[in-house]
Design a protein around this ligand. Structure first.
Ligand code: ADP
Ligand code: LRH
Length: 475
């Protein structure tokens, strides 16, 4: 019973990965992968929750076929989104996708009832239009008797148990960052029925059973699981969980709830074992994914490795944008939006696909530079190394640019960070591992091939050139 199935639902794909935990290391094996993305229904963006659940069940069957008996299952997914349940426990329609436009202008409405500084002081959460609290402020809650965040919804379908695992609950805007309990008073002031909010549970508990297989709570927010898997060997690390989003920050013991932190839009999300994930959302490889979609739909060749190789030949920092600008959040024609942003800031718009990709990667590295430095300053913590985990580990150009831009060594790996963190927490809950996060990280690291990137190793831009590029776009 040393094999644990991690169900990791990312915004661009869902996967079921089996982690075999033996001899003080973890060997990961992907047994199932299925595409994921926004589904447009009547002009709104949703998730195909039932389709994803079919993928989960197929994956669990494949896991059992691969290893025989499983020691457990754990589920993590992207944050903030939720399904509403009726009085019979049935799902009331497909969950909305966080990129749906229904929350445009909603934060301002909510702040009229609870001023932004007051919300931040309590919840420590960044302002993103899609935070659960803003989604709920636009939602017709009549008929809803329960709310489950996405991984908890799949956990409910597997076990019949309804809970809110705390790492993901911390992305709702309704969790008190200090006490890690529901801020029911805030919900009441916003007219949100607190009866919808399930009982909170920590990561690493028994949720229930699927057939005879235990289902464990894990860091159900994918970013929380990814941070568990960071193969850090000391405390002075920053991380970039680099997938559809890039989550850039530090692991802390307590939240930073200062005005300066709020102004920089840093978030204090709950980590496993009582830690705080102090980070900034950077728009991430989403902009590249959407560019590839745009080109493919236009009939242009858009093979990712080819595009990255071509981008590596484009001179650095020719055109940069503030990649976190609101224009890049909704789905759409990213190459056109990047060009418009270049024109707006007095730069030469990218002319080719290669230049567009280079602009995205340089701009991401610039945003990482800002976020790592700001996190270090705001939390008053030294940073000597940046760990990159997630699909972006495969992007060697981006990893090198990150080292160049931050001026820090980058250690890249694992690719499947969230799945590894998910497995480590299950294995500890099941008694196959013991200790704190440092012990779990040491076990996780043993099975990994990590690659190290030194700043300036390939003769990239100098600190002065990065600073000048940042100044061009006001970063
Ligand atoms: P999520 O969990 O948000 O769905 P992932 O962590 O799976 O995202 O990362 C997906 C990203 O990884 C893709 O958008 C892509 O940019 C990058 N990626 C995947 N494979 C490769 C590859 N072979 N080379 C470079 N980048 C890759
Ligand atoms: C990454 C992620 C991120 C959230 C976003 C909605 O997958 O969970 O941490 O901010 O999706």
């Amino acid at each position: 019973m040393s094999a644990f199935a991690a169900v990791d639902l990312g915004a661009s794909s869902g996967r079921v990965i089996v982690g075999d935990v033996r001899d003080g290391r973890v060997v990961l094996r992907e047994v199932h992968r299925f595409p994921n993305g926004p589904v447009r229904v009547d002009g709104s963006l949703h998730w195909d929750a039932r389709g994803l659940y079919r993928g989960v069940l197929d994956g669990l069957r494949a896991a059992t076929d691969a290893v025989g008996t499983l020691g457990g299952v754990g589920i993590d997914s992207w944050a903030v989104d939720y399904g509403l349940l009726d009085a019979d426990g049935e799902l009331l329609g497909d969950p909305f996708h966080y990129r749906d436009a229904r929350t445009d202008g909603v934060p301002e409405r909510v702040f009229a009832t609870i001023p932004a500084p007051e919300l931040y002081a309590r919840t420590g959460l960044q302002v993103q239009p899609f935070n659960t609290v803003f989604q709920l402020a636009t939602e017709h809650l009549d008929g809803a008797r329960g709310l489950l965040l996405m991984p908890d919804l799949f956990g409910y379908w597997l076990t019949g148990e309804r809970v809110a695992e705390v790492t993901n609950a911390s992305t709702t805007g309704l969790l008190d960052a200090t006490t890690r309990t529901w801020a029911t008073d805030l919900a009441q002031r916003l007219g949100i029925d607190t009866g919808l909010l399930p009982t909170l549970r920590d990561a690493g508990e028994l949720l229930g059973h699927h057939g005879s297989v235990p289902v464990w709570t894990v860091g159900s927010h994918d970013t929380a699981s990814a941070v568990v898997a960071v193969p850090a060997v000391s405390d002075d690390f920053a991380y970039i969980s680099c997938g559809t989003w890039s989550l850039v920050g530090l692991e802390l013991d307590r939240p930073v709830l200062t005005e300066a932190s709020r102004a920089a839009n840093f978030t204090n999300e709950a980590g496993v074992d009582g830690t705080v994930r102090y980070l900034r959302n950077v728009m991430g490889l989403w902009v590249l994914q959407e560019s590839i979609r745009t080109w493919t739909e236009a009939g242009l060749p858009a093979d990712l490795p080819d595009l990255l190789a071509a981008a590596a030949r484009v001179p650095a920092l020719t055109t940069v944008v503030d990649i976190d600008g609101p224009a890049f959040l909704p789905p759409g024609d990213m190459p056109a939006r990047l060009a418009a942003e270049a024109v707006r800031t007095g730069q030469r718009p990218p002319q080719t696909q290669a230049e567009t990709v280079r602009c995205i990667l340089d701009s991401l590295a610039l945003a990482y530079r800002r976020a790592v430095r700001a996190a270090s300053a705001l939390a008053d913590r030294d940073v000597t190394v940046v760990h990159v985990v997630g699909g972006g580990v495969r992007n060697e150009l981006l990893c090198q640019l990150t080292a160049d831009a931050t001026g820090l060594p980058v250690v890249a790996g694992p690719v499947e960070g969230a799945a590894l963190g998910n497995v480590l927490v299950q294995a500890r809950a099941a008694g196959a591992l013991s200790g704190g996060l440092a012990d779990l990280r040491a076990v996780g690291a043993r099975g990994l091939e990590l690659r190290r990137y030194e700043p300036g190793a390939t003769g990239g831009p100098t600190e002065r050139q990065w600073a000048a590029a940042a100044a061009r776009v006001g970063l």
